[in-house]
Design a binder for this molecule. Sequence first.
Ligand SMILES: Cc1cc2nc3c(=O)[nH]c(=O)nc-3n(C[C@H](O)[C@H](O)[C@H](O)COP(=O)(O)O)c2cc1C
Length: 130
Amino acid sequence: MERVAKFLKEAETYYLATVDGDQPRVRPFGTVNVFEGKLYIQTGKVKDVSKQIHANPKVELCAFKSGEWLRVAGKLIEDDRREARQAMLDAYPNLRAMYSEDDGNTEVFYLKDATATFSSFTKEPEVVKF
Ligand SMILES: Cc1cc2nc3c(=O)[nH]c(=O)nc-3n(C[C@H](O)[C@H](O)[C@H](O)COP(=O)(O)O)c2cc1C
């Protein structure tokens, strides 16, 4: 899992796909935080992406860096504890311009039952589950 978090941080941007009825949706994301041994992402409840995750927590994300790409499929579980939100905002202080722990909008999710696949054109894929 640490390897996945490191890759996503170094890639800086990953693309998070959700399910919206029978329509896939995808958008750029950047937040990644390891808290209590789990990999968290952050969004805002007002966003469509949040509504889609609450309706169907199955997601996949993809990032590319230095000839290697990573896909992670799994479920996103909301952690509604203030300390989980705080850990995320402490990791991304710039987000505090738009978000705070107690604004009723900020939310964090951790990945559960995740399968991460590291791929490149030159090696066999490597699969990590967490
Ligand atoms: C590089 C980059 C990183 C981003 N990271 C995040 C993020 O971590 N969380 C988030 O909620 N939005 C992030 N955004 C903004 C979302 O992509 C944007 O709000 C998007 O429209 C949300 O998807 P939706 O319209 O389906 O709700 C980021 C945008 C960019 C360009």
